[in-house]
Design a protein around this ligand. Structure first.
Ligand code: CA
Length: 230
């Protein structure tokens, strides 16, 4: 029997909380609810969830403060932040505070489920062994710098593996070239850096995409950047 994944749902608005709980129950998750920041901290310690959905605007202690505190205490449970529309600054801050992903209200339940599945896939050893992750029929093993599609073995450079790893850690989020360059090359962004990023993405696509002219794994978001569709 499969053990249910436990989700700590932190949301003060009863209507949203109840709707999310019903949906997550139905999807086969065990749901623990918290209605404010204090309760969130208590329940995370007590119930040891597999994943936390964290609203930011919370009574008593804000979602940001709760998140910061958890990460300072070494809690490694993945956190998806639920942010209000248009709070771009909050999103960036949230990711800097150690959240794994964020979703903007109002969101569809399908989108939320996709994000939850993507985050769980990254931590579930049955779905992703060590540094291996899957996209359709493509397996990428970041640690050995190898990818495989069916019987075809694909060699990756260290840089390409680093790029894949960064994308895999940030599924379905638009990552602009500056961010990618900073995170993977650990360098200050220049025009050359941006072109370097594009060249590497083009080469990586040639290796991992079934059709590099029509990428399905790392897509281009016009005028914004790239997105890993994991
Ligand atoms: Ca709220």
């Amino acid at each position: 029997m499969e053990i249910k994944k436990k989700i700590l749902l932190v949301e003060d608005e009863a209507k949203i909380r109840n709707a999310l709980k019903d949906f997550l129950d139905f999807q086969g998750f065990a749901v623990v609810e918290a209605v404010d920041g204090i309760e969130a901290i208590e329940k995370a310690a007590k119930s040891r969830p597999d994943l936390i959905l964290l609203d930011l605007m919370l009574p008593k202690v804000s979602g940001e403060d709760v998140c910061r505190r958890w990460r300072q205490e070494g809690l490694q449970t993945p956190i998806i932040m639920l942010t209000a529309k248009g709070q771009q600054k909050d999103k960036i801050e949230g990711l800097n505070l150690g959240a794994d992903d964020y979703i903007t209200k109002p969101f569809s339940l399908e989108e939320l489920l996709a994000r939850i599945e993507a985050v769980l896939r990254r931590i579930d050893p049955a779905r992703a062994v060590g540094q291996i992750f899957r996209f359709g029929d493509l397996d990428v093993d970041v640690s050995s710098l190898k990818a495989r599609r069916g019987k075809k073995e694909i060699e990756l450079s260290k840089r390409e593996a680093d790029i894949m790893q960064y994308f895999a850690a940030n599924p379905r989020r638009v990552i602009n070239r500056d961010e990618l360059y900073e995170k993977v090359w650990h360098d200050i962004v220049t025009d050359i850096g941006t072109r370097t990023t594009d060249m590497h993405i083009a080469k990586l696509r040639g290796k991992i995409e079934a059709d590099s002219e029509n990428p399905k794994i790392i897509t281009t978001v016009r005028g914004a950047g790239y997105r890993y569709e994991g």
